[in-house]
Design a protein around this ligand. Structure first.
Ligand SMILES: NC(=O)c1ccc[n+]([C@@H]2O[C@H](COP(=O)([O-])OP(=O)(O)OC[C@H]3O[C@@H](n4cnc5c(N)ncnc54)[C@H](O)[C@@H]3O)[C@@H](O)[C@H]2O)c1
Length: 304
């Protein structure tokens, strides 16, 4: 089994690599990691790391050398804020990179299983009163459009038998290590690290603002679960926790003690990330996808 992970040096990718090397998911003999760069690499003879740009189609010849890939996690992506500021960059990585990968996979002998990290950004804003499996996608950012087109490509390439792929519409994932990320939703991780490290934090949303939450552990669980199911071009909307900032801050205070939180709502951030309606993930729940359970479980899985 040869597993290929794009975006393997990123927040979710690195967690996925660690879990696979620790024995979660399918057994494998080769693990190929692709990213622009890697800050640290696992010392494991099964691992090959390729530093390069997925917008450059030449990278796939190396990544898929010696028989192609059996399972691909396609996580490489320019984040939403950056893709909005730099249209060319977002299109090259998020659309060009996905198309280049799928076309390279199309040329290998047997169809690879593929899991594409899509995003709830495909829904745009304002969101309807409820988001569920029937909610139409109407992206409000170029990033959301790029993810939606990626899903359509994965579904069509699967229908044609070129791959056996599925897409996973991930929500904001916590807790990303504190560093500039280009993510508009960065406050969701910052509040968790501030609580754990007893630092003051100013949030660009209101205390009543309600968000969808998923830990990086739950996101890796979901990716591995999607990989274990037949792809068939499915688009999964995984279950999430829905909590207000006030509820999260109260639980963080219970866990780590009091910390200094101020709220300075930015209407744009509030509208995009803190007015999330109930998310009803009927199909994914029935297929065995799980959320973090409760707020205590979310905090443990996100920041320990
Ligand atoms: N983290 C979240 O909150 C969240 C939410 C919804 C969807 N997603 C999706 O999940 C996936 C993983 O997210 P993440 O948080 O790990 O993101 P990340 O930004 O931490 O990691 C993405 C990785 O992709 C790499 N990359 C970007 N452009 C590239 C290119 N042209 N060539 C090669 N590598 C490139 C980056 O270097 C980075 O290491 C992404 O596709 C993201 O869009 C994430």
């Amino acid at each position: 089994m040869h597993i290929l992970i794009t975006g393997a040096g990123g927040f979710v990718g690195a967690a996925l690599v660690s879990r696979l090397l620790a024995g979660a998911g399918p057994a494998f003999t080769r693990l190929t990691l692709v990213d622009r760069q890697f800050s640290a690499l696992p010392d494991d003879p099964r691992v090959t790391a390729l530093a390069g740009d997925i917008a450059d189609t030449g990278i796939w010849a190396d990544a898929l050398a010696n028989g192609g890939a059996d399972l691909v996690f396609h996580l490489a992506s320019v984040p939403g804020g950056l893709a909005e500021r730099d249209f060319d960059l977002g299109m090259a990585a998020n659309l060009g990179g996905t198309l280049g990968l799928l076309d390279a996979l199309r040329r290998q002998q047997s169809p690879a299983r593929l899991v594409f990290a899509s995003s709830v950004a495909v829904y745009g804003d304002p969101l309807p009163d409820q988001v569920d499996d029937a909610t139409p996608a109407r992206p409000g950012l170029s990033y959301g459009m790029q993810k939606l087109v990626g899903e359509l490509l994965v579904t069509d390439y699967s229908r044609r038998g070129f791959i056996d792929g599925s897409s996973l519409r991930l929500p904001g994932i916590v807790a990303r290590p504190p560093a500039p990320s280009g993510l508009i939703s960065a406050f969701m991780s910052e509040v968790m690290w501030a609580a754990r490290d007893h630092r003051p934090v100013c949030l660009p949303v209101s205390e009543q603002g309600v968000c969808w939450w998923m830990s990086v552990k739950a996101s890796v669980d979901a990716l591995l679960h999607a990989a274990a199911l037949p792809g068939q071009g499915r688009v999964w909307l995984p279950p999430v926790l829905r909590l207000t900032l006030g509820e999260l801050v109260a639980a963080l205070t219970d866990r780590f003690g009091a910390f200094d939180v101020t709220y300075a709502p930015d209407p744009v951030v509030e509208a995009k990330f803190a007015r999330q309606p109930p998310l009803i993930a009927t199909a994914a729940r029935a297929a065995g996808f799980r959320d973090d359970g409760d707020v205590a479980g979310l905090i443990t899985a996100a920041v320990g």
